[in-house]
Design a protein around this ligand. Structure first.
Ligand SMILES: C[S@@+](CC[C@H](N)C(=O)[O-])C[C@H]1O[C@@H](n2cnc3c(N)ncnc32)[C@H](O)[C@@H]1O
Length: 280
């Protein structure tokens, strides 16, 4: 077998990934080759003329096939995703954490010392674990209705040595502790939007993490209805889809939060609705 350089290997993979219609073929190829070689992407880019060892090529070719052929996201292929200061393990048991979800962590950073926080629909554990890492004094509970997601979240907590309590529950059912704050990135895609989703999402991410009824607000709406009776909760932060912030803000006020504001993500979309100052 003839020897191939990093540059040649990347060029072939970039063409294959681009031909499949992926948005960032060069970045994807670089991350996948760096992963197959066990080096950082920065180091890979400094070594374009180096020969790719024969032992790394089969794994890299399998990775490119998954990316281009199956349209799996790079994070599922490498099994890793950065979220705030953490590197989380990710796989098909849970949604890949998105950068905009970091706003939920930011919303909780100024909570009083030793406050009790609940992350509803924790998935990989991203929000709960990042918050615990940045505010170790907080008592953090993470819940999910999916046992599969919870098993991944527990593995992440153990590997990162972060003390978060995990509970399997449908929203707040059975979670009777008087929480001070509730954070949630629940499913918010309308059922009818399935056809418009990227193959990376619709083919590979858990269906229970995505869809929430005709308007996408079924789960968020149920949570806010439950929160109306949970008067210990002084702060709620809810991630929403594009165009949903106004409707969710109205329901947040109706749930008894006197002050409601929205935080925009880096794309300028109103992404997180925050309710404060509880009316009793
Ligand atoms: C959009 S994913 C978010 C995962 C994670 N919080 C993140 O941001 O990466 C939504 C999560 O909510 C969970 N979920 C859906 N319906 C739920 C419910 N009724 N009660 C609790 N969790 C639910 C799903 O299993 C999934 O893990």
């Amino acid at each position: 077998m003839s020897e191939v350089t990093v540059r040649e290997t990347l060029a072939g993979a970039v063409s294959e990934i681009a031909a499949a219609g992926c948005a960032t073929p060069r970045l994807d190829a670089e991350v996948l080759l760096a992963h197959a070689l066990g080096v950082s992407r920065e180091r890979l880019l400094c070594e374009g003329s180096a020969v790719v060892g024969a032992e790394a090529l089969p794994a890299f070719r399998r990775a490119v096939r998954r990316r281009a052929g199956e349209r799996e996201a790079v994070a599922y292929i490498t099994g890793r995703r950065a979220f705030r200061r953490l590197e989380l393990a990710v796989d098909s048991r849970a949604l890949i954490p998105r950068p905009e979800t970091e706003l939920l962590v930011e919303a909780a950073l100024a909570l009083p010392t030793r406050a009790h926080v609940l992350d509803v629909g924790t998935g990989s554990g991203a929000v709960a674990l990042a918050l615990k890492q940045e505010r170790p004094d907080l008592h953090v509970t993470a819940s999910d209705v999916s046992q599969r997601a919870l098993s991944l979240a527990r593995e992440n907590a153990a590997r990162l040595d972060l003390d978060v309590r995990f509970v399997c529950a449908d929203l707040l059912d059975g979670l009777d502790d008087p929480y001070d704050a509730v954070l949630a990135n629940l499913p918010y895609v309308a059922d009818g939007e399935r056809a418009g989703l990227a193959p990376e999402i619709v083919r590979h991410e858990p269906v229970g993490a995505l869809f929430a009824g005709a308007d996408g607000l079924a789960e968020i709406g149920r949570l806010l209805a439950q929160l109306k009776r949970r008067t210990s909760v002084e702060l709620v932060a809810l991630e929403v889809g594009a165009g949903q912030a106004h409707a969710v803000a109205t329901r947040t006020r109706a749930a008894g939060f006197a002050t409601v504001r929205c935080e925009r993500d880096l794309a300028g979309i109103e992404r997180v609705v925050i309710g404060l100052e509880r009316r009793r």
